[in-house]
Design a protein around this ligand. Structure first.
Ligand SMILES: Cc1cc2nc3c(=O)[nH]c(=O)nc-3n(C[C@H](O)[C@H](O)[C@H](O)COP(=O)(O)OP(=O)(O)OC[C@H]3O[C@@H](n4cnc5c(N)ncnc54)[C@H](O)[C@@H]3O)c2cc1C
Length: 326
């Protein structure tokens, strides 16, 4: 069986990896984008979807979610292959100089690699209560992929940020009951979403924390009042936890790359110490580096052009986009 070999594999679907993938498409490269989470967007989408962004060139004002949507639309023009929920764990060089990436969903063959892993792979912050891991297959969820699976069921959501509120509002017309449990009385969400929440059929439990969980079917949750003595018991079919994400870049240490503190040292062509492997965005370090989206957007075309230069030494270097867009 022959396995396809990509020209460029971009690791990390944050804003910089998304733009690099778009740019590779613009240059007609055979490109694959791999992202460990089930969604693209990196830090802006997952950590601060509603925060305003004022330093994206050409946008007077944007926010994490709107920027991700624009990048997604731009990316889709070239319909690149995207592998979500796939974490790259190892980068092995083959005898011919190309690479084999080991991932959580299989291996990938590629001529060159562009690392855009930012501050590291995101993992959901888990409930601080012990429970059998098998519950994550049935009753406890950290990602919502299909709202329909909760139709006519009783759902509790733990968390008080934008995503928790969005889940609650989206589930209100679908689930038979929706409970939102948050440790503060105030929610950290867009004002319009918080207003919609207060006018919805979502039952609010604030300021409460989940203090115990009984592995029964349905689930029994014990809720404890924060700085108070009240205890409530809640019986639900599903618990959705939205406590945000933690990022972890310890994988980088196993990739034989020269590091500059926690990022990968690159030269002015975004090349790392390993031939054919480039790094951009927050994952890259060089003198004067600024960990900003704008810097990463500048680094992406450099890395893509250098990667293509290695694969096709006779290829003309970057043209203006109007000559390449089709
Ligand atoms: C609260 C906050 C506010 C900010 N405000 C601004 C601002 O106003 N302006 C600005 O310019 N910047 C801002 N930043 C910084 C900006 O978000 C980062 O510079 C930017 O997200 C870097 O983009 P990136 O694509 O390099 O990395 P990230 O956004 O971190 O994306 C990296 C992606 O790679 C994935 N990944 C990691 N490891 C793997 C792996 N092994 N396999 C597969 N996938 C992997 C991750 O899941 C993630 O999706 C802010 C950051 C924070 C935290």
């Amino acid at each position: 069986m022959t396995t396809h070999q990509y020209e460029i594999t971009v690791i990390g679907g944050g804003p910089v990896g998304m733009f690099a993938t778009f740019y590779a498409g613009l240059r007609s490269a055979d490109v694959l984008l791999v992202e460990s989470l089930a969604n693209l967007g990196g830090q802006p989408y997952n950590l601060y979807p509603a925060k305003k962004l004022y330093d994206i060139a050409g946008f007077v004002e944007s926010n994490g979610q709107a920027l991700t949507e624009q990048l997604q639309q731009q990316l889709e023009h070239f319909n690149p292959e995207i592998r979500l929920a796939t974490m790259v764990t190892a980068i092995n060089q083959l005898d011919d100089g190309s690479y084999e990436l080991e991932t959580t969903t299989g291996t990938i063959l590629t001529k060159t690699v562009i690392i855009a892993t930012g501050g590291g792979a995101f993992n959901p912050r888990k409930l601080a209560i012990d429970y059998p891991p098998s519950l994550e297959e049935t009753h406890i969820h950290y990602f919502v992929r299909d709202l329909e699976q909760f139709r006519d069921t009783r759902v509790a959501i733990a968390g008080g940020g934008d995503s928790a509120i969005d889940w609650a509002l989206a589930l209100a017309p679908i689930a038979s009951e929706v409970h939102l449990i948050h440790r503060r009385n105030e929610f950290r969400g867009l004002e319009s979403s918080v207003d919609a929440l207060k006018n919805s059929r979502v039952i609010l439990h604030t300021p409460y924390l989940i203090s115990d969980l009984r592995d029964t079917d349905p689930l029994t949750l014990e809720l404890k009042e924060v700085r108070g003595d009240n205890i409530e018991t809640l019986t639900v079919d599903h618990l959705l936890v939205n406590y945000g994400f933690m990022s972890d870049n310890k994988q980088l240490r196993n990739w034989d790359l020269t590091l500059d503190r926690t990022a990968i040292a690159v030269n002015s062509q975004m090349m790392t110490n390993r031939p054919g492997i480039f790094a951009i965005g927050d994952a890259a370090a060089y003198p004067g580096k600024l960990a900003l989206i704008a810097s990463g957007f500048g680094e992406a075309p450099i890395a893509v052009s250098q990667a293509l230069g290695l694969i096709h030494p006779d290829m003309r270097q970057a043209l203006h986009s109007s000559q390449l867009y089709h």
